[in-house]
Design a protein around this ligand. Structure first.
Ligand SMILES: Nc1nc2c(ncn2[C@@H]2O[C@H](COP(=O)(O)OP(=O)(O)OP(=O)(O)O)[C@@H](O)[C@H]2O)c(=O)[nH]1
Ligand SMILES: [Mg+2]
Length: 209
């Protein structure tokens, strides 16, 4: 079984709303609730932890009051805080597999999470690489008129990764998945419009292709 870690401590500067990004409502509920719900319905996730920071105090309070596992990180940046978190998990849950997901990926539905974890298991048997980066071909972004943050060899890292609970550089496999659900990272208000267009009435759980 796998531990899920939701990264939810970013500054959220591009969204330009008077609300912490994980709490921005899409389909009538905070974005992070969609992510939690998708993880809760996955067959392979044994526990969910949420990494907040001084940039997201209201998110921390909201989730703490609902009884979720919160880890408060320094808020020094995604990579810096991930290093901090790997040290934490190394001590607390050694020898575990972690699935990290951004709080702004509300459409990565539970079956897709299970598919990714199955692919990881199969790849691990073949290559023994401990980590996996889930990427989306840039064509998917072009098709849906989405703006990728970074493009590496024609692929865009989705914000879903698998790692071992050890704080060291880990050899990684890239898993390419051509799905809008992994491309639709809510960074701007324009991304919310795209979400509403494709997933507006169905709780972010529709399969499009
Ligand atoms: N714990 C933690 N999470 C982070 C940090 N930086 C980003 N995240 C989270 O990682 C995910 C992806 O972040 P981005 O979309 O790249 O950045 P963001 O801060 O949310 O938004 P921008 O300021 O617009 O780039 C989001 O769910 C963030 O909340 C950090 O320093 N600490
Ligand atoms: Mg993002």
């Amino acid at each position: 079984m796998v531990i899920a870690l939701i990264m939810a401590g970013g500054k959220g500067t591009r969204i330009k709303l008077n609300c912490e990004k994980p709490l921005v409502k899409i389909n009538k509920k905070p974005m992070i609730d969609h992510v939690i719900n998708n993880l809760e319905h996955s067959e392979n996730i044994k526990s969910i932890h949420i990494a907040t920071s001084p940039h997201t105090p209201l998110t921390r309070d909201y989730l703490f009051n609902k009884g979720y596992n919160i880890i408060e990180t320094p808020g020094n940046g995604y990579i810096e805080d991930l290093t901090f978190l790997l040290s934490y998990f190394e001590k607390k849950f050694p020898e575990h597999t972690l699935l990290t997901i951004s709080s702004d990926l509300p459409c990565v539905y539970s079956d897709l999470i299970d598919y990714i974890l199955k692919e990881y298991e199969n790849e691990y048997k073949k290559s023994s690489k401990p980590a996996m980066c889930v990427s989306v071909p840039v064509e998917v972004f072009k098709k849906y008129d989405l703006k990728p943050s970074i493009v590496l060899d024609g692929r865009v890292p989705s914000g879903v990764n698998i790692l071992r609970s050890i704080n060291k550089i880990q050899d990684e496999e890239v898993l390419e998945v051509p799905k809008i659900e992994l491309a639709l990272n809510i960074n701007t208000c324009q991304d919310i419009k795209v979400f509403e267009k494709f997933f507006g009435d169905n709780d972010g759980r529709k399969e499009t292709d």
